[in-house]
Write a protein that binds this ligand. Structure first.
Ligand code: GLU
Length: 465
C-alpha cells in the first residue's frame, strides 16, 4: 500500500503548538513509510477562517521542516467538486432534499427534549419505497441530507483507541449541503479523503464523533475507509485544554523567543508518542522510529520547563558557527553589530553552554560589542582596591609575554596569584570590572581569547594608571 496522510487544519483563530503536533505525526508516518504527506486547508468556514492563521500554519510547518508532497490544497477552491458529488448522491438516491424549516426543526427538538429523547431529525423527507412524501412547499430551498443506514453499527479499529463501535441509530441523516448549496464540513472531509487517496487519517480525538458519519458517507460513495488514528488532546501545564486565553503560544512565538526548530520538533514528537525512554533524538531518528503503535492513549501535557531543557540540549550540541548564524538576527535586534568586534561564532561558543535560548546567547554577547567602559576615577577607586593595583600591573606584564592561548592565559593568572598569594576571585572581580564594568562574565581566560590580548591589555592599563 502506498501510504498517504494529510494534515487538514481549519485556519480559524489561534494556532498553538498542540495544533502543529497534528501535522507532525501524519508527516512522520508518511516519511517513515516513504509515502506522501498532504496539507489541506479546511477553510469553508468563511467567517472564522483567516489568512493570518493560514500563514502561521504554513510558516510553522516550513520552520519545523515538515515538507509537503502536495498542497496546500484549499477546500474553498474545490466547491464545484463537492457540489458535483452532492448532485451525484441525490441522483443515485444516496441523499435527498429536506424541506423542513428551521422552526419545524426547533419544534421537533423541543418535543424530543420534553420526552427525554435524544434530539434528532425524524426522517420526514427521507424517501423510502412505498412512502408518500409531504408536498414540496413553495419558495423554500431544501438542505440535502445523507441517507444514513438504518440499523447495524459502524465499527472501526482505531490505531490509537482500539475498536470503536457506534450504532447507526445514534446517527441521523446528516445535512451535507445547505440551502444555498454550500457543502458541510463532514461531507467535504470525505470527498477530499477519497479524492486524495488518503490511507491514514491521523487527527485529534475531537473528531471521533465525526468518524462514523464520515465512514458511512464514504461507504455509500463506494470508498474504502482509511485507517483512523485519533490522538488524545494536548493539555496545557495546568491540565486545561490549550488555548490562547490561558497562555498558549504559537510556533511563531517560540521562534521569536529563541527556540530552535529541532528542539520544538523533538518536544512535539514526545508529546503523545514515545520510543523507549529516548528523550533527545534527531529528526531522522524520529522518522525512523515513528509508528502508530507507540502513540500515547492518554492526554499529553505541555511542559514548558521540559521544552526549555530540550532547547538547551540542542543549543549545547549545535556547532558554534551554525549557532552563530541562528543567533545573529536576535543579536541584531539587540543592536549588536556582529561584523564589528570579536568573532561572533567565538563569542557564541563561549556562551552556548549556559544558555537556554538564542535570546540568552544574544544578550550575553552584547558585552563583547559594547565600547570599552569609560570608568570614572571614583568608580575605579571603589571597585579596585589599591592593594590589587600592583597585582594588576604584574598581570599586564605577564599576559603581555605569554602565548595567546586560553591555557597560557590561565597559567599567567595562576602565576600572578601565586606570587601575591591571592585566590582567583580577588583578581577576577577587578579584571571583570576593568574589562566590562560588570562582574558577570563568562570564564575570564575564555574572555581573554575572545576579546583579544591587545584589547584586554588596553582596558586593564586604563584602570591602573
Ligand atoms: N479541520 C479539522 C480541524 O482543524 C481537522 C479535520 C480532519 O483532520 O479530519 O480540527
Amino acid at each position: 500500500m502506498h501510504i498517504r496522510t494529510r494534515f487538514a487544519p481549519s485556519p480559524t483563530g489561534f494556532i498553538h503548538l498542540g495544533n502543529l503536533r497534528s501535522a507532525l505525526y501524519p508527516w512522520a508516518f508518511a516519511r517513515h513509510n516513504h509515502g506522501d504527506f498532504i496539507l489541506r486547508i479546511e477553510d469553508t468556514d468563511l467567517e472564522r477562517s483567516t489568512q493570518e492563521a493560514v500563514d502561521v500554519i504554513i510558516e510553522g510547518m516550513a520552520w519545523l521542516g515538515l515538507d509537503l508532497d502536495e498542497g496546500p490544497i484549499y477546500q474553498m477552491q474545490r466547491i464545484d467538486r463537492y457540489r458535483e458529488v452532492v448532485k451525484k448522491m441525490v441522483d443515485a438516491g444516496l441523499a435527498y432534499p429536506c424541506y423542513m424549516s428551521e422552526e419545524e426543526l426547533n419544534k421537533l427538538r423541543d418535543q424530543q427534549m420534553a420526552n427525554k429523547e435524544k434530539p434528532r431529525y425524524n426522517g420526514l423527507w427521507r424517501p423510502e419505497p412505498g412512502k408518500t412524501l409531504p408536498a414540496v412547499p413553495a419558495g423554500i430551498e431544501p438542505v440535502i441530507r445523507f441517507k444514513n443506514p438504518i440499523g447495524g453499527s459502524v465499527i472501526w479499529e482505531d490505531a490509537v483507541k482500539g475498536k470503536i463501535q457506534i450504532s447507526n441509530d445514534e446517527l441521523d441523516d446528516l445535512v451535507i449541503a445547505r440551502p444555498d448549496g454550500t457543502p458541510t464540513y463532514n461531507f467535504c472531509v470525505v470527498v477530499d479523503d477519497m479524492d486524495m487517496n488518503i490511507t491514514h487519517v491521523i487527527r485529534g480525538d475531537d473528531h471521533v464523533n465525526n468518524t462514523p458519519r464520515q465512514i458511512n458517507i464514504m461507504q455509500a460513495l463506494g470508498g474504502n475507509p482509511p485507517i483512523y488514528a485519533h490522538l488524545p488532546t494536548v493539555l496545557n501545564d495546568s491540565g486545561e485544554k490549550m488555548s490562547k486565553r490561558n497562555g498558549a503560544m504559537s510556533v511563531r512565538d517560540y521562534q521569536k523567543a529563541g527556540y530552535l526548530p529541532e528542539a520544538i520538533l523533538n518536544y512535539l514528537a514526545r508529546l503523545g508518542w514515545s520510543h523507549g525512554d529516548a528523550e533527545v533524538f534527531t529528526k531522522e531518528q524520529f522518522v525512523d522510529w515513528f509508528d502508530l503503535e507507540s502513540l500515547g492513549r492518554s492526554p499529553a501535557q505541555h511542559n514548558p520547563e521540559k521544552l526549555l531543557w530540550l532547547n538547551h540540549q540542542y543549543i549545547q550540541n549545535t556547532a558554534p558557527a551554525k549557532l552563530a548564524e541562528m543567533t545573529k538576527p536576535f543579536a541584531h535586534e539587540l543592536g549588536i553589530d556582529t561584523e564589528n568586534g570579536p568573532d561572533f561564532a567565538q563569542v557564541v561558543g563561549l556562551l552556548k553552554d549556559r544558555a537556554n535560548t538564542l535570546i540568552e546567547i544574544a544578550e550575553g554577547a552584547k558585552l563583547f560589542y559594547l565600547p570599552a567602559p569609560d570608568h570614572k576615577i571614583e568608580q575605579i577607586a571603589e571597585n579596585i582596591p589599591t592593594s590589587i593595583v600592583p597585582v594588576l600591573k604584574d598581570l599586564i606584564e605577564t599576559l603581555r609575554n605569554s602565548d595567546s592561548t586560553k591555557e597560557a592565559y590561565a597559567a599567567a593568572f595562576k602565576q600572578v596569584l601565586a606570587k601575591h598569594q591571592l585566590k582567583m576571585p580577588a583578581l577576577a572581580m577587578p579584571v571583570r570590572y576593568a574589562l566590562f564594568a560588570t562582574t558577570q562574565t563568562p570564564a575570564i581566560d575564555s574572555v581573554l581569547v575572545v576579546l583579544g590580548r591587545d584589547e584586554v591589555l588596553k582596558r586593564l592599563s586604563k584602570v591602573v594608571q
